[in-house]
Design a binder for this molecule. Structure first.
Ligand SMILES: Cc1cc2nc3c(=O)[nH]c(=O)nc-3n(C[C@H](O)[C@H](O)[C@H](O)COP(=O)(O)OP(=O)(O)OC[C@H]3O[C@@H](n4cnc5c(N)ncnc54)[C@H](O)[C@@H]3O)c2cc1C
Length: 472
């Protein structure tokens, strides 16, 4: 019997979760290879951090590989040594917010267990995929992995520094362009002054890390709206399920009105807005798919900054550091635009245009870019995606959120044809699906891609590997 071979490129959470689901549900005769350069699977950008200040931003009870396993990570963590050596993990109300690396360790353990017990042959190859050619995935070491199906699980490119800024600060030691590097903040001394571009989750991580390493100098964080991610709820509250069959305009404005109305109804019962937003997030994919492309664009242009700060919350431990730093006057968060930047000796001088006020010119030792992953540039972020895009095998989705796929997560080539041999798993598919970033939705997506792959009929021999547009 010929073995069917599925190659997954990228072993962050999405790729590893897909491999685990394939192993749990698949049968003998299936081989799954995850190509991932990191030594450990399931880490990726989010869970690869070793910094103890970086915590998951929802309680552990909401992080799992599948909805059917609710609470499994929470139980695993509470039984682990890490729980006993990290008293800060537990917050008021008893919920735990482990360090992010713990979730990576949990998923990696599920992979190891699946590899041991499944009839599916599961392997992690430590390498970097650089091309899809000659019937297989070509890696940086020169190996070729022939595949019946390939799944792209690459989601988060590093943040992009605006070109003009990079030019002005070329080689300046104070510019920290990628705060996700493990040594990114090592050069920041305790009394150094810091400016941060961005006021979202990555900024929060950076402020918490700086504080933990003993930094007590001034920090100014700015973004156009100066909005901070909102805190999570502590305590237990009832659900607030919306009626999604209720007639209403499927427009960005229509949904904004509806959410405001629901928040007012909840407030009348002394219930917090978070309950409404949580239900909207859970149902985010069906809402998104009811919007036309023009309305999706309108949402991204006008509402996304607001959605992001209400939907992506921060762990209470991180929130406490932010609040304390603001109260101490050490951290100032501003709504401002960066107009100019210059260098004076070792200092970086910023010209910030704040709303309705004259401009300010902070002189800082470090400028840290925390604008989040440059998803709009995903297709230029590595040799493999560049090659696939240049050959017309894949294309960006029209909203610039990731890779264009259909409802089965199959890539769509430049002629508009879907490719059953080349799929996408995880946040890079969110142009089609909508809400596909938080762990529960990504886990669900990985599970559904696994089921679709396993349900698809055996492939003809000539169907091996989507090498180029000409083949398919
Ligand atoms: C900083 C951060 C914190 C987050 N925190 C939370 C949280 O607390 N709670 C929550 O619910 N959600 C959180 N999320 C969201 C969520 O969990 C992630 O979106 C999810 O982990 C996506 O993982 P991924 O595997 O798709 O992508 P990535 O993390 O980008 O992983 C992709 C992997 O692919 C590998 N790779 C890239 N190119 C190649 C190649 N050519 N060949 C081989 N391998 C390659 C990379 O090495 C990487 O390991 C967070 C996201 C980020 C970015």
């Amino acid at each position: 019997m010929t073995e069917r071979h599925i190659v997954i490129v990228g072993g962050g959470f999405s790729g590893t979760a897909l491999a685990v689901h394939l192993a749990r549900r698949g049968a003998a005769g299936l081989r799954v290879t995850v190509i991932e350069p990191r030594p450990e699977l399931a880490r990726g950008v989010a869970y690869g951090t070793q910094d103890p200040a970086h915590r998951i931003n929802v309680p552990a009870s909401r992080m799992q590989l599948s909805a059917a396993e609710e609470g499994d990570f929470d139980r695993w963590f509470r039984a682990s040594e890490a729980y006993h050596t990290d008293p800060d993990a537990q917050w008021q109300g008893g919920k735990v917010y482990p360090q992010r690396g713990q979730f990576g360790a949990y998923v990696a353990e599920q992979f190891a267990r699946a590899a041991e017990h499944s009839p599916v042959r599961l392997a992690h190859v430590r390498d970097h995929a650089v091309a899809l050619r000659n019937g297989g995935v070509v890696t940086a070491s020169g190996a070729v992995y022939h595949a019946d199906e390939v799944v792209l699980a690459i989601s988060h490119p590093p943040p992009a520094v605006p070109k003009w800024l990079a030019k002005k600060l070329h080689h300046h030691a104070g510019l920290i362009a990628n705060p996700w590097r493990s040594d990114a903040l090592a050069a920041v001394k305790p009394q150094d002054s810091v400016a941060i571009i961005g006021t979202g989750l990555t900024m929060s991580d950076v402020v918490a890390s700086l504080y933990r390493q003993g930094h007590r100098g001034s920090v100014v964080a700015f973004s156009r709206r100066g909005q901070l991610p909102r805190p999570n709820l502590s305590g237990d509250f009832p659900l607030w399920p919306l009626d999604y069959d209720l007639a209403q305009a499927d427009t960005a404005r229509g949904w904004l009105r509806r959410i405001r109305h629901e928040v007012a109804l909840a407030a009348a019962q002394n219930l917090p807005w978070q309950l409404v937003l949580d239900d909207i997030r859970i149902n985010g994919q069906r809402i998104w798919q009811r919007l036309s492309l023009a309305e999706q664009r309108r949402f991204l242009r006008h509402l996304r900054p607001w959605w992001d700060v209400h939907r992506y919350r921060i762990a209470p431990q991180v929130s406490a550091v932010i609040e304390q730093s603001q109260a101490d006057g050490r951290l100032v968060v501003q709504a401002a635009r960066l107009q100019q930047v210059s260098v004076e000796g070792k200092k970086i001088v910023l010209t910030l245009q704040t709303r309705g006020a004259s401009s300010q010119e902070p002189r800082v030792d470090h400028l840290i870019v925390t604008t989040g992953p440059a998803h709009g540039a995903l297709l230029e972020s590595g040799a493999l995606l560049q090659q696939l895009a240049a050959d017309g095998v894949i294309q960006a989705d029209p909203l610039g959120l990731g890779i264009l796929v259909n409802a089965q997560s199959q890539t769509v080539n430049s002629n508009g044809e879907a490719n059953a041999h080349l799929r996408v798993v995880g946040p890079a598919a969110r142009g089609h699906f909508g809400e596909l970033m938080g762990l529960p939705q990504v886990a669900e997506h990985a599970e559904s891609v696994a089921l679709q792959l396993l349900d698809s009929p055996p492939l003809p021999a000539h169907g091996r590997c989507p090498t180029s547009l000409k083949t398919y």
